[in-house]
Design a binder for this molecule. Structure first.
Ligand SMILES: Cc1cn([C@H]2C[C@H](O)[C@@H](COP(=O)(O)OP(=O)(O)OP(=O)(O)O)O2)c(=O)[nH]c1=O
Length: 195
């Protein structure tokens, strides 16, 4: 019997769809937090802190019997965090840095209840094909990269650039399915399969 009320602290339709796919009943509340990187903060610490802050932000106004799930996804190349591309030049630089090589996608997940906070970071390695300047330009014109951290979406047109991934596909999209189920089980939140 599931007494806890699950809340997804996100406005991302991708996260909502992955959590729905897992068979949970939940509501969504966006968390408005400052997403700036702190001085000397590692990408690992950054995604974990943001996932926790998103969950804590929503938990601070939620009921006592709630479990709030927060998540954050960031693309990292050579230790540098790639945010959303500011303009085409910025995007071209990002694509040059990930073209023909592998980069990391770090996804932090955190769950917060009245008396417990648990979090983890999942790393996935993504190997991109060598992109031509034509492909870079056409991809930009598609409109997909503009609002995406790292400048691409594996779940969209960007999927055709991915030669190989090592790790969790769902983590790259926004919510690692295996780890999310394990995390929520620690809070007594179960779905139709593990309940
Ligand atoms: C690498 C990659 C990034 N992205 C991008 C889109 C977003 O810019 C980024 C995730 O940003 P987040 O800040 O983690 O999430 P969000 O702003 O979409 O939603 P919320 O904070 O409310 O939960 O990941 C993909 O959608 N697919 C991919 O394959």
């Amino acid at each position: 019997m599931n007494h806890m009320n699950l809340i997804l602290a996100s406005q991302s339709p991708r996260r909502k769809s992955l959590l729905t796919q897992l068979g949970y009943q939940f509501s969504c509340q966006p968390a408005n937090i400052d997403e700036c990187v702190l001085a000397n903060e590692s990408p690992h610490d950054y995604v974990e802190r943001l996932a926790k802050e998103k969950a804590q932000c929503v938990a601070s106004c939620a009921g006592e019997e709630s479990v709030v799930l927060g998540s954050d996804t960031t693309v990292v190349v050579n230790g540098e965090i790639l945010g959303k591309p500011a303009d085409f030049d910025d995007f071209s630089r990002m694509m040059a840095s990930i073209s023909g090589t592998s980069h990391q996608v770090l996804t932090g997940i955190a769950a917060v209840s009245r008396n417990k906070v648990l979090s983890s970071v999942i790393q996935t390695n993504v190997f991109f094909k060598q992109l031509s300047s034509n492909e870079i330009e056409h991809y930009w014109q598609s409109g997909e990269p503009q609002d995406k951290a790292g400048g691409y979406g594996i779940q969209g047109i960007g999927g055709q650039f991915v030669i190989e991934i090592q790790g969790s596909y769902s983590a790259v999209v926004g919510l690692p399915m295996y780890e999310t189920v394990a995390l929520l089980a620690h809070f007594g939140v179960v779905n139709a399969i593990n309940g």
